[in-house]
Design a protein around this ligand. Structure first.
Ligand code: ATP
Ligand code: MN
Length: 433
């Protein structure tokens, strides 16, 4: 828009055109105030009824809340105005009128149900908090990309329509691909391994993953964004190093560049980047510590998967991000390399006190072990030939991990529901918008 001034840039003495939404109108009789809101903030527009053109006053004060308007006028200092300045209008144009009945209140004074908010996301994101979450999300992804580049990784994009899943199973969404069954990819795992085996060596991807999760939970989506890393000539400890660098870089960037957004979310006071390195607990230590908290009805024994309440108890005990390493081999997928004795896996999880954020490990790069794994899993190795074949032509040892972007943001911003961190979430009940 030509000659537009953002509200935050309007200085006393300027002749400006500001454009945005009608946030509020306060009519005090002889004088009335219209608060105009744009992406940068808000500004007061003052209407003095006796001194101004009737038509101008009427246009301004008849505008319904959330209508899009533009106002041209002179900026004056006004200590009583919310931002210390106000616009004295010379002309007002209603660009797009809003219905007087709004499905939710973007000023946030009246709280709406999450489902109502998600049905009306455009209106919902006019609230400061919503805007702040997605500006922080963008900063997180920017910082993550930068951290990967510093770690010498190349950004890749792998297919989301695939012939086979990573592990097969019930979490796949089937689709029809020119008359044949195909699936939405649940993880870029196999493709990033195939790429790490090329001369690219270190790769990362930020892209969607699709999972037909059985349950609706506050931390599962059916379409999520995965931040993935894979590095050739890396073992699981190298992969963990990159993981904590990337996560702490994201926090540091937000602490540094998103002060206003953190304030809008009421987090500015005690927002801190986690200290690196993150503690690395073995699975054995983890179950011992969980058992010692006494939070579980039944003591965990070697080989158990960690139940959600166990993860929470341990998270409270540790009090920050941490890794769980050295899992029993049978708990981790077959394509993850075991330690020499075969009893323990190089697989690891990176945890926030509230939940799992990352799973990773060194991969099995020995073709015969891999094929054996497929067979034991009841998967047909032939279906994965496109993948296993490349292990015949020189596959270096490699390691990597996947980090859920929405979980990173959800835990960083202490959001109660993962859906708050996605513009248009997909879950069992929601396919639109
Ligand atoms: P969980 O046990 O918490 O369901 P998972 O172990 O099945 O997760 P992985 O296959 O290890 O998930 O995927 C790696 C990461 O991707 C997870 O740690 C998580 O951050 C993210 N992730 C996986 N599934 C989802 C999902 N349905 N919604 C949002 N994020 C997910
Ligand atoms: Mn996992």
């Amino acid at each position: 828009m030509e000659n537009r001034t953002y509200t935050a840039d309007a200085e006393p003495g300027d002749e400006v055109t500001v454009a945005g939404w009608v946030h509020e109108i306060r009519d005090l009789g002889g004088i009335a105030f219209l608060i105009l809101r744009d992406t940068e903030g808000r500004i007061q527009v003052k209407f003095e009824k006796d001194e101004m053109d009737d038509e101008l006053v009427e246009t301004g004060l008849d505008a319904s809340r959330e209508s899009v308007i533009s106002v041209t006028g002179l900026v004056k200092e006004e200590p009583r105005a919310p931002t210390g300045v106000e616009v004295v209008p010379e002309s007002v144009e209603v660009i797009s009128e809003a219905d007087t009945e709004l499905p939710l209140d973007p000023s946030g004074k009246v709280e709406a149900e999450l489902s109502t908010r998600l049905d009306n996301r455009t209106l919902d994101l006019r609230r400061e908090e919503g805007q702040a979450i997605f500006e922080i999300r963008a900063e997180v992804l920017r910082a993550v990309r930068e951290a990967f580049r510093e770690a010498n990784a190349t950004e890749i994009n792998t297919p989301k329509i695939v012939a086979t899943g990573t592990e097969g199973g019930t979490e796949l969404f089937p689709i029809t691909y020119f008359g044949e069954e195909a699936f939405m990819n649940q993880s870029p795992q196999l493709f990033k391994q195939l790429t790490a085996g090329s001369n690219l060596e270190r790769v990362f991807e930020i892209g969607p993953i699709f999972r037909a999760e059985e349950h609706n939970t506050p931390r599962h989506l059916n379409e999520a964004t995965s931040i993935d890393f894979e590095g050739a000539f890396c073992d699981h400890t190298d992969a963990m190093d990159v993981c904590e660098q990337v996560v702490s870089a994201a926090y540091e960037a937000v602490a540094e560049n998103c002060t206003e957004q953190l304030e809008a979310l009421d987090l500015a006071a005690d927002f801190e980047a986690p200290e690196t390195p993150f503690p690395r607990l073995s699975y054995e230590e983890a179950i011992e510590r969980i058992n010692a908290t006494g939070e579980l009805d039944e003591q965990l024994v070697w080989g158990d998967d960690l139940p959600t309440e166990g993860e929470k108890a341990l998270g409270d005990d540790v009090g920050g991000h941490y890794f769980i390493t050295d899992w029993p081999a049978e708990v981790k997928p077959f394509y993850i390399m075991d330690h020499d004795d075969g009893e323990l896996s190089t697989g690891f999880d990176m945890m926030h006190p509230r939940m799992e954020l990352v799973s990773g490990g060194q991969r099995e790069h020995r073709r015969d072990h891999l094929i054996e794994g497929f067979e034991q899993q009841g998967l047909e190795p032939e279906a994965f030939e496109y993948y296993t074949k490349m292990f015949q032509y020189g596959m270096p040892p490699h390691a990597g991990w996947g980090l859920g972007a929405e979980r990173l943001i959800m835990t960083m911003l202490d959001l109660g529901n993962i859906r708050e961190a996605v513009l248009f979430p997909r879950d069992r009940q929601r396919l639109s918008p």
